[in-house]
Design a protein. Sequence first.
Length: 326
Amino acid sequence: MVKIASESIIKIAVVGDVHDQWDAEDELILQHLGIDLVLFVGDFGNESLSVVSAIASLSLPKAAVLGNHDAWYTATDWGRKKCPYDCTVEDRVQQQLDLLGEAHVGYGKLDFPDLRLTVVGARPFSWGGSEWKYTEFYRQRYGITSFAESIRRIVEAARQAASDTVIFIGHCGPLGLGDRPEDPCGRDWQPLGGDHGDPDFADAIAQTRQLGKTIPLVTFGHMHHSLRHTKHLLRTPLATSPEGTVYLNAASVPRIIFTEDGWRRNFSLVYLQHQTVLQASLVWVDQTYAVISEQVLYHQPVPEPERDRATKTHPSTYPPIHLLSN
């Protein structure tokens, strides 16, 4: 791993779409990695109370937003027809929200004063795209019936943030990161192409900047790194904006794989210092909790004079910038 050593650096783990792949080993790995904050971008399972309960009990500082699979049997007519439990008696969407409590930041925020930042959540249970869907679901749960109302709800949460440094998390990413199938939120099913990001998320980010907030990181999942239409290309997991915001898709699925030598688990790691992302990587960890693979997706550019001085004494501190298209 690239060596980054400073007491002022915050080490964040982003857990991509879980899809029922979470157990006690994951918390032990996060502790071993020295993580300061864990961000979950949803799709824990198809309304899986056991997985959400395990994540809710995580002892590390955390924030989460629920994804479309977390309302799989509730948000749609076809889902309710396939529901394996009596949805007239049991409300598993609400049970998940109750389990997570304040850690669920969808349409809300959670301040982390010790870390000097606030995590703000975009629209929860998002399926992505520029068409407003599931009006009755959002009306009943949140009193929201349009993108405009959704934007206001997200921006109000950001307005109430105690910190001027805001990290956004969503299930689907924002509109505007590209319309190719391999872009962070690009449509990778037929008809190929098109930006499947959330327009309300994008507008809320822009309005939050107008509030004077600094947004070093926006992270999300939903659109898996493995593309549906080809086995030869992978999705571009990261983009940056002129304002210095890093947009990170953390949905490397499956996040646990099994080999003859045992399991491997992936996490996205983000290093944050002074409102700036220094580095973002996708790492794989083995059964000994060792990082066996690291793909550096981004490293902060360093001014040339500073880079020259640093390289003479600590060459590993400022490696070449990596903006991988994967």
